[in-house]
Design a protein. Structure first.
Length: 562
C-alpha cells in the first residue's frame, strides 16, 4: 500500500490512507468520475479521471462513472458516448458501475419532499433577476424572499403541481431555507429544483422539474456510497452546501475533497468557449487536433500512456497554477522516442537527379527502425537515380554553419551514399530552384567497408519512383499567447487565436513502407518530428503530433545543473 511519504503521494492520497488506517467506511474506497454530458472531455478532465480511477486502483477500491445529467437542455447522447470512449481510450474501466443522476430522480424528488416537510425548503416565485437582487453581495447580506414564510402545506401543494406541469417554465423554483445573511453566497437559499420543459436524453418527457447540480451532486454520492468525492477547487465554496443537504437529510455522508484543476498554457479549458470555437468555425470540430479535447489530442497523435504520465508528473495540488504545455509535449516525445518506428518523409520536395547513377538501377538500403529499441529491427528502403529531398536542405548561397546541400558541396544521404551538388535548375521566370543535379560516390554506401568517409551533413530523402504521395498537417498552438485571456482593452479572447495554427501540405512524399499505415499509428519522420496517421481521412494523411525540438527537456537539464 502507498505510504504517506511516497514520492508519488499527494494530499488526497494521504487523506485516503488516513481514513483506511482509521477503518473509516469499513476500509472501503469508492470514488467516482461525474462528468456532465454537455460536451467532450478535455485534458483537464484527464487529470480528474487519472486521479479518481487511480486512487481506487491503488487502494483496492472501485470507481463509478456517473453522468450528472440534470440539465436536459444542454445534454446529448453524443456526449455520453464520447465521454465513455475517451475514458476507455485512456485505459480505465468502470465495469458495470455506469450510473446517471437521472437514475435517482424519484429519490431526489422524495429527498426534496422531506426537506419541505421539515420546513427547510420552500417554493419561491421570484424571477431569476429578482433572485439575484435579493441575494445580496459579498459585502452585503441578502434579503429573505417574500415567499420564504409559506406554510409546509402550501409548499407541498405547489411542489406537486410543479411536478405535474401546471406552471410556466421559470415561474417557480424550490429553494433550500438556509441563511440569506451567510457570508457564503452558496448558502443563501440556493435553488434545488427548477421548471424545465425539455426532453431528457434518458427520461424523455417524464419530468418537467429538474434538480440543480448542487442538490443532485451530494445526494447521488450518498446513494452510491461514495467514500471520497473528489472535486476541483471551484467547488470548495460549495462544500458547506454539500454537507448541509446531507446533514439535514440524515443520510450517509461522503467526504468531499477539492484539488486544483489543470490549467495549461496556450490552452482554454472552458467547455463554453470550446463550443464557441466549434460553432463559429474556428476549428473543424470537437476532434480538431488543435483542440485540448481528448478526442482532439487522440487524433493529433497523443497516446493514453503519454497523457497518464503527464497527469502523474504534474501531481495534485491545493492551489491553482498553470502548467507549461511543453511538459505535455515532452511526455509524448519521451514515449514515442521509445516506441515509434523511424521512417523518411519529405514534406516540401525538391527533385534531385544523380547523374552518374544508372537510370535502370534500383537498390535497397537497410534502415534502422528505431535506434532506441534494437528489437524493432531494420527495413529495406528503395534507392534510385531520382530522389526527393527537402527544399530547406539546399541553399544556393549557404550561410555559415549550414552543412547541407549547396553548389559544389557534399552531404550524406541517410543510410545511403555521399552525394555532391554539381548543377542547379531554376524556373526561368521566378528563379525558383526546381531541380538539383548531383553525383554520388559509390564507395561511400552506409554500412560498407569504404562507407566510413565523413562529411558534416546528413539529410533524409525518398525515391521519386517508389515514394507515396501524402498530405501532412502541421499543427501549432491554437493561441499566440500562453494566457489566451491576456488581451488588449476592448478585445476578447478570440483575438489571441493563432492564424498559423494549421499548415496543410498536399504534395509530400513518404517512403513506400507507409503504404499500409493504419489510423492512429505513430512514426518519427526523421529530422522532422512525430506524426500520426489521421483517423478520419481515407487518403494517406499524417498529423504532426509534436516536433522533435524539446524545450521541456532543456528546462529540466538547466534545473538539474542549477
Amino acid at each position: 500500500m502507498l505510504k504517506a511519504d511516497s514520492p508519488s503521494s499527494n494530499f488526497i492520497r494521504n487523506i485516503v490512507l488516513e481514513d483506511l488506517e482509521a477503518n473509516k467506511n469499513h476500509g472501503r474506497v469508492l470514488t467516482r468520475f461525474p462528468p456532465e454530458p454537455n460536451g467532450h472531455l478535455h485534458i483537464g478532465h484527464a487529470k480528474s479521471i487519472c486521479l479518481n480511477f487511480g486512487l481506487a486502483a491503488e487502494f483496492g477500491g472501485l470507481c463509478n462513472l456517473r453522468f450528472d445529467d440534470t440539465n436536459p437542455g444542454r445534454e446529448d447522447v453524443e456526449y455520453v458516448e464520447s465521454i465513455k470512449s475517451a475514458i476507455r481510450w485512456l485505459g480505465f474501466d468502470w465495469g458495470d458501475r455506469e450510473y446517471y443522476a437521472s437514475d435517482y430522480f424519484e429519490q431526489l424528488y422524495q429527498f426534496a419532499v422531506r426537506l419541505i416537510k421539515d420546513g427547510k425548503a420552500y417554493i419561491c416565485d421570484l424571477s431569476a433577476g429578482q433572485m439575484r437582487e435579493y441575494r445580496g453581495t459579498l459585502t452585503e447580506p441578502g434579503k429573505d424572499s417574500p415567499f420564504r414564510t409559506r406554510s409546509v402545506e402550501e409548499n407541498m401543494g405547489l411542489y406537486e403541481r410543479m411536478r405535474a406541469g401546471e406552471f410556466q417554465e421559470g415561474s417557480r423554483t424550490l429553494r433550500a431555507k438556509i441563511d440569506m445573511a451567510s457570508s457564503n453566497l452558496n448558502m443563501r437559499d440556493p435553488v434545488m429544483y427548477r421548471i424545465l420543459y425539455a426532453t431528457h436524453h434518458r427520461t424523455g418527457d417524464k419530468w418537467c422539474i429538474y434538480p440543480t447540480y448542487d442538490f443532485a451532486h451530494g445526494q447521488s454520492d450518498s446513494i452510491e456510497g461514495i467514500t471520497h468525492s473528489v472535486c476541483t477547487l471551484e467547488f470548495e465554496d460549495h462544500r458547506p452546501l454539500y454537507d448541509w443537504f446531507l446533514d439535514q437529510l440524515k443520510v450517509y455522508h461522503p467526504r468531499q475533497i477539492e484539488f486544483a484543476r489543470l490549467n495549461l498554457s496556450y490552452t482554454l479549458m472552458s467547455k463554453r468557449r470550446l463550443l464557441e470555437l466549434v460553432e463559429q468555425g474556428h476549428v473543424t470540430g470537437w476532434d480538431d487536433p488543435r483542440m485540448p479535447t481528448l478526442a482532439g489530442l487522440r487524433r493529433r497523435g497523443y497516446t493514453p500512456e503519454s497523457i497518464r504520465n503527464f497527469c502523474e508528473r504534474i501531481g495534485v495540488a491545493k492551489k491553482n497554477s498553470t502548467v507549461d504545455i511543453a511538459l505535455l509535449e515532452h511526455c509524448l516525445r519521451e514515449e514515442l522516442n521509445r516506441c515509434a518506428p523511424r521512417v523518411m518523409a519529405v514534406l516540401r520536395p525538391l527533385r534531385v537527379v544523380i547523374d552518374n547513377y544508372p537510370e535502370d538501377r534500383v537498390e535497397e538500403v537497410e534502415a534502422v527502425n528505431n535506434p532506441e529499441d534494437p528489437s524493432m529491427g531494420t527495413r529495406k528502403v528503395p534507392f534510385s537515380r531520382v530522389l526527393y529531398v527537402e527544399q530547406e536542405d539546399f541553399r544556393e548561397d549557404p550561410p555559415k554553419q549550414f552543412f547541407r546541400l549547396a553548389p559544389g558541396r557534399e552531404v550524406r544521404l541517410r543510410y545511403a551514399y555521399i552525394i555532391k551538388c554539381v548543377g542547379v535548375v531554376k524556373e526561368p521566370v521566378t528563379g525558383e530552384v526546381t531541380e538539383l543535379h548531383c553525383t554520388f560516390d559509390p564507395d561511400t554506401k552506409s554500412g560498407s567497408a569504404q562507407g566510413g568517409r565523413r562529411v558534416k551533413g546528413t539529410i533524409h530523402w525518398v525515391s521519386a519512383a517508389h515514394s507515396l504521395e501524402a498530405e501532412v498537417r502541421l499543427y501549432n498552438h491554437l493561441f499566440v499567447k500562453p494566457d489566451p485571456d491576456d488581451v488588449e482593452e476592448g478585445a476578447d479572447w478570440k483575438s489571441n487565436l493563432n492564424e498559423n495554427s494549421l499548415e496543410i501540405l498536399t504534395s509530400c512524399r513518404v517512403e513506400p513502407s507507409l503504404a499500409g499505415a493504419v489510423p492512429e499509428s505513430h512514426y518519427q519522420f526523421e529530422r522532422l518530428g512525430y506524426f500520426s496517421v489521421d483517423s478520419s481521412d481515407r487518403t494517406l494523411t499524417f498529423n504532426r503530433a509534436v516536433p522533435l525540438r524539446d524545450t521541456w527537456a532543456k528546462i529540466e537539464k538547466a534545473q538539474k545543473k542549477g
